[in-house]
Design a protein around this ligand. Structure first.
Ligand code: HEC
Ligand code: HEC
Length: 328
């Protein structure tokens, strides 16, 4: 695909893909402060604004922090056609800029267009946004290749959220990819059966997914401790998390993941996934074996108790621990 550094073209592509942002229904809770009708420029500005992977001190109230949050809801078709529009053909002469010359923001805007581009897959069957939506979150489905399978299918892999993906140390449920580039290339070639992606395509997709962040958190601080005004259940849940539940030994604060892989009795060794945004990533575990977060938390405590020969939780403790994990 032609690679152009012309900011205007990137802007056009960005604009054309914006309707696709609206397709995501899963993040409704985070869309609370959507302005009635943001101008195209406002929306675009939010796409282009570089964002730190994690804000130093998050806002006190849950507020949208990523591109999708300002997208207006509509029933627009997927924007996979963006690359076939006249916008591109009128600027062929400018298609010589190398990725090194593009700013991160321009690259990310280009990546957003590619994220919605079904031509990355064999037979144009799916774009990244089919499974991760344009917001990079999960569509809550479990797949073998491009086929949806029943949750709990041992060959199935549940779609992870890409929020915060820029700060993960390994990728894929088994930690099979060491870099974002390996991860995304593997998905395009193996899962999507698409043509070998160019370096430029990968660089743009990486720049885009790195802009995706978690929604602001009003109950839990950056270091994982509950805020003063967090609910009592969340505060009690935190004590169990770092105490008797043993969760903090693997899902370590403040990232809530760990570099190594563990066998927790789910059918092999899997990486310790982060628990950020877990409230909206159901179903849980690599194969989507539990539908509710409480069941996932229960399964984990039972595993830990068996391994350590320690005590099991009461029902009330399970509620509290689930409240804490659900607040992350
Ligand atoms: C058919 C659904 C589907 C499509 C299409 C898809 N993904 Fe994924 N994605 C998944 C699943 C499922 C996983 C987990 C795979 C695994 O662990 O084996 C995943 C994992 C990832 C990961 C690793 C995340 C982590 O925390 O480990 C990244 C990055 C990613 N996808 C980006 C992309 C990009 C970029 C595209 C488009 C080029 C894309 N995905 C297309 C379903 C999909
Ligand atoms: C020995 C390390 C270890 C301990 C201790 C541990 N976990 Fe896990 N946890 C894992 C691994 C590994 C997975 C992924 C397994 C899989 O996908 O099959 C996981 C998955 C999860 C998931 C599913 C995440 C998702 O995105 O699907 C939740 C929720 C979770 N753990 C919560 C907890 C809680 C709460 C505790 C404490 C009661 C805990 N874990 C203790 C290693 C651990």
């Amino acid at each position: 695909m032609a690679f152009t550094g012309l900011r205007s073209v990137v802007l056009c592509l960005g604009l054309l893909t914006l309707p696709a942002l609206a397709a995501d229904k899963s993040v409704t809770p985070y869309l609370s402060v959507v302005p009635e009708k943001p101008s195209l420029l406002q929306r675009l500005a939010s796409v282009l604004r570089p964002k730190p992977v994690r804000a130093a001190e998050p806002a006190h109230k849950a507020a949208p922090r990523h591109v999708a949050s300002v997208a207006k809801k509509s029933k627009a078709p997927p924007a996979a056609v963006a690359t076939e529009t006249p916008a591109l053909s009128t600027t062929v002469g400018a298609a010589m800029t190398s990725p090194a010359q593009l700013s991160e923001a321009d690259l990310a805007a280009k990546g957003l267009a590619l994220f919605n581009d079904a031509s990355l897959s064999g037979g144009s069957k799916a774009s990244c946004a089919t499974c991760h939506f344009s917001t990079g979150h999960t569509n809550n489905k479990t797949y073998v290749g491009l086929d949806v399978v029943a949750d709990g299918d041992p060959n199935g892999r549940n779609t992870p959220t890409l929020w915060g993906v820029g700060e993960r140390s390994v990728f894929g449920w088994q930690g099979q990819a060491a870099t974002l580039e390996d991860s995304i290339r593997g998905i395009i070639v193996n899962r999507m059966k698409g043509p070998e992606p160019s370096k430029e395509t990968l660089a743009a997709l990486i720049a885009y997914v790195k802009t995706l962040n978690y929604p602001a958190n009003w109950q839990v601080r950056e270091d994982g401790t509950p805020r003063e005004d967090a609910s009592p259940a969340v505060k009690r849940g935190f004590e169990l998390y770092v105490g008797d539940g043993g969760c903090g030994t693997c899902h370590q604060l403040p990232s809530f993941d760990k570099k190594s892989k563990d066998d927790i009795g789910t059918g092999g060794k899997f990486k310790v996934p982060t628990l950020h945004a877990a409230a909206s990533t159901a179903p849980y575990f690599h194969d989507g074996r539990t539908a509710s977060l409480r069941d996932a938390v229960k399964l984990m405590w039972e595993f830990y108790a068996k391994k350590m020969e320690s005590r099991l939780p009461t029902e009330a403790e399970l509620d509290d621990l689930t409240a804490y994990v659900g607040a992350l």
